[in-house]
Design a protein around this ligand. Structure first.
Ligand SMILES: [Zn+2]
Length: 438
């Protein structure tokens, strides 16, 4: 029998599949063609099945699915460390002023490229973004070979009502233009219920239904938000979204720090997913989300870094460690959020939050080849009794040595292959000079 022609054959590796059984394959191999995992199994079974353009002996390194960051505002890398140690409302006030002064298509592209480099370096292969200047940032993502969740974002800002019809049509046009891009997964987004209104949420629902795409928004992040929303609608943010039909399997809510038991039950019942962002929630003193309660109720909880202006990094492994430690610390129960579950939240549960669980989030035949290679020879990972333990409690971004997205090597031996890191840093430093003048 003729060997099958493939693009990559990775051998001599431990494969952490995150399939339904959470199978780990020692001495494994994985074959990739046209962006898809063609075969996965024990190296002994490879034989002469494949003729690979590129063979990579991983010398005992570990391969896992790429991490999925379910909430962020990428170009806010431009404002990293600009406003720290103040409440959410004051933070937003300062950030919005600076954004009004420096945000442009060019600065958003530089900030987004910076974010992608940081995420790739720390093992993330797919991430959600909520920001402005979509066509430019979409094109930068396609060029970089990263996987992005994004789409038009609605917010009730001065002058919006006058251009409501054009905003609706612009959103539809953007979705139609990019719907066939394999690296761009389109969603419709709202900033929040306090920064939108009922007609706007109605428009969003219409777009979601007519284009069969999901919906992302911030919800129940701070007590201040709950008060604002109650004054505006006489309801909580979750009740507002429920009343307009925007909860469901295609909805992802960022934060959900302040939820009642009934709201948690409602999220579970509707299949609504949550992005848990512990760094941002704690840094802005928004509170600590009831992650264990949500998981127990059956809510799909994933992990997000939020924007780098409120975190202040995009390292999802670090975020996962924090998620696990905080829940144990506040509950007094060390069995809550075991490392293996937290790693699932970073991978397959993150994919599920976007309805992409059949495409990414685990290493399985037929899925997209989004994967990372981790060097377990590192001092901080030695010795190793349990891989999941190290992923959550001991990993450093520097341990990630190769990153593949959609079957294409994006970082190899820690060298960025599609993004010019020095050029991006230089552009961002120039923008930072303008930021300092605001
Ligand atoms: Zn956010």
């Amino acid at each position: 029998m003729q060997p099958q022609k493939i693009d990559f054959l990775l051998t001599n590796t431990t494969l952490v599949t995150m399939n339904t059984e959470h199978q780990i394959i020692q001495n494994g191999a994985i074959a990739i063609k046209d962006g898809i995992i063609q075969w996965i199994g024990s190296q002994d079974q490879v034989g002469h099945q494949f003729e690979a353009k590129q063979k990579l002996d991983l010398n005992g390194k570990v391969v896992t699915p790429g991490l999925v960051n379910t909430h962020g505002h990428w170009a806010m890398t431009l404002f990293r460390g600009l406003v720290d140690d103040c409440p959410l409302e004051a933070w937003l006030d300062r950030i919005w002023k600076v954004e009004a002064a420096v945000v442009s298509p060019k600065s958003v592209v530089a900030g987004s490229q910076m974010a992608m480099i940081e995420m790739i370096r720390s093992g993330t292969t797919c991430a959600a973004d909520m920001y402005w200047h979509y066509p430019e940032s979409f094109d930068a993502v396609i060029q970089a070979g990263f996987r992005m969740i994004n789409g038009p974002s609605f917010a009730d800002i001065p002058g919006f009502e006058e251009r409501r019809d054009t905003a609706y049509q612009t959103a539809i046009d953007l979705i139609d233009q990019y719907q066939h891009e394999s690296l761009i997964h389109l969603f419709i987004q709202a900033h929040s219920t306090y920064m939108t209104n009922l007609p706007m949420l109605g428009d969003i629902l219409k777009i979601s239904l007519s284009r069969n795409i999901g919906f992302i928004t911030h919800a129940s992040e701070s007590k201040g938000e709950l008060e604002n929303v109650y004054n505006k609608y006489g309801k909580t943010p979750i009740e507002v979204l429920d009343s307009v039909g925007l909860l469901g399997k295609k909805t992802l809510l960022a934060h959900c720090v302040h939820l009642s038991d009934a709201e948690i039950a409602r999220l579970a019942e509707t299949g609504t997913s949550v992005s848990h962002c512990p760094s941002s929630n704690m840094k802005l003193s928004s509170g600590i989300a009831r992650v264990a309660d949500m998981l127990q109720a059956g809510v799909n909880v994933s992990i997000g870094t939020d924007g780098p202006a409120s975190n202040n990094d995009l390292d999802l492994f670090h975020e996962a460690q924090l998620a696990a430690l905080v829940q144990k610390g506040v509950s007094g129960n060390p069995t809550i959020l075991p490392a293996e579950k937290v790693f699932a939240m970073l991978t397959i549960d993150g994919a599920r939050a976007f309805g992409l669980e059949n495409q990414i989030g685990s290493l399985e035949i037929g899925k997209l080849a989004d994967l990372i290679v981790i060097d377990f020879d590192a001092i901080n990972l030695t010795p190793c009794y349990n891989l999941y333990s190290h992923f959550i409690y001991a990993m450093s971004p520097a341990d990630v040595c190769h990153v593949m997205i959609h079957g294409k090597m994006i970082m190899q031996n820690r060298q960025m292959l599609t993004l010019d890191e020095e050029k991006v840093k230089s552009e961002v430093r120039q923008i930072a000079q303008q930021v300092q003048m605001v």
